[in-house]
Ligand binder design. Structure first.
Ligand code: NDP
Length: 280
């Protein structure tokens, strides 16, 4: 894979759709002024990919900020996700949830629609609904989130459309190499959520040491590490200076040794819920 050299560089999904490697996360960015300011600032800094979800409660603000930014809609990659309540209620509810998401976003399509969590006994039906949505052209790509190896294999056995993306927790303490390999084998791009361990990467001494060598911050080094693994990344911030910091990752490359040093920090440690054991 060619090195990612610019904020405009894109992963090419297996259906040919282009997704910028760097996106803006918006979980916990409050609906209204906060999320709108964050999205506007990110677009102003060159970001062209925004990640939201029904459950974040901020799709309206995301949509408004994209519209009012002056950046043409087709130049911004927008992801949203179907929440578990709709998944539990069945495929018709998933399709209704998608229509509602488009209404909240005030958009006539999304670039990527995801099954947010693998609800046991339900995710295959949810996937069928996403395949139907995809066939209408109102989601340019579809994917899953929080699918581990066994759930992904289980789904892959029955799909008509292979998911284009699996968005999962991914950071130096949680590499999930087997999952990454499975995704690669199936042309599924991984997207890293909580790439900065919700701000905790700064506390890891080895990351500070690597960062110092490059004149970068631990956050920048970790985001670069994502890209060099072929993993797209969606750090969240509502502060312009951090949005800018998180985007200054295209002017350096980690050496193979430093990649290995960061890989060695893996402890299989989650900061978020376990996809095998969640209660929401
Ligand atoms: P991140 O790892 O992106 O960390 C975000 C936190 O770190 C915020 O508190 C932010 O604070 C702070 N921060 C941002 N940049 C820096 C920096 N350069 N230095 C220090 N601190 C920083 O965590 P998230 O959990 O938000 O994950 C990213 C995105 O992934 C989410 O926003 C969401 O879009 C998605 N996600 C998806 C999930 C899924 O199930 N599919 C689950 C969880 C997240 P501040 O805003 O104040 O700058």
């Amino acid at each position: 894979m060619a090195a990612v050299q610019s904020i405009h560089d894109c992963a090419v999904l297996h259906n040919g759709v282009k997704m910028p490697w760097l996106g803006l996360g918006t979980w916990k960015s409050a609906e209204g002024a906060e999320v709108e300011r964050a999205v506007r600032a990110a677009l102003d800094l060159g970001y062209r990919h925004v990640d939201t979800a029904a459950v974040y409660g901020n799709e309206r603000g995301v949509g408004r900020a994209v519209r009012e930014s002056g950046v043409p809609r087709e130049q911004v990659f927008v992801t949203t996700k179907v929440w578990n309540d709709a998944q539990r209620a069945g495929p018709a509810a998933v399709k209704r949830a998608f229509d509602e998401a488009l209404r909240r976003l005030d958009m006539d399509y999304v670039d990527l629609y995801l099954v947010h969590w693998p609800v046991k006994g339900k995710y295959k039906d949810a996937w069928r609904a996403l395949e139907e949505i995809y066939a209408t052209g109102r989601a340019k790509a579809i994917g899953v989130s929080n699918f581990m190896v066994h759930q992904l294999n289980d789904l892959l056995a029955v799909v008509d459309v292979v998911p284009m993306v699996n968005q999962v927790e991914f950071h130096p303490r949680l590499l999930q190499r087997e999952l990454l390999d499975l995704c690669r084998q199936n042309d599924i791009i991984e997207v890293a959520w909580s790439p900065l361990m919700r701000g905790k990467v700064e506390a890891i001494r080895e990351l500070r040491d690597v960062a110092e060598k490059y004149g970068k911050t631990p956050a920048q080094v970790v985001l670069r590490w994502d890209l060099q693994h072929g993993v797209a990344t969606i750090p969240k911030s509502v502060r312009r200076e951090r949005l800018s910091e998180n985007a200054e990752i295209f002017d350096f490359a980690l050496s193979p040794q430093d990649m290995a040093t960061i890989d060695s920090l893996d402890r299989g440690q989650r900061t978020g819920p376990d996809p095998d054991n969640f209660t929401f």
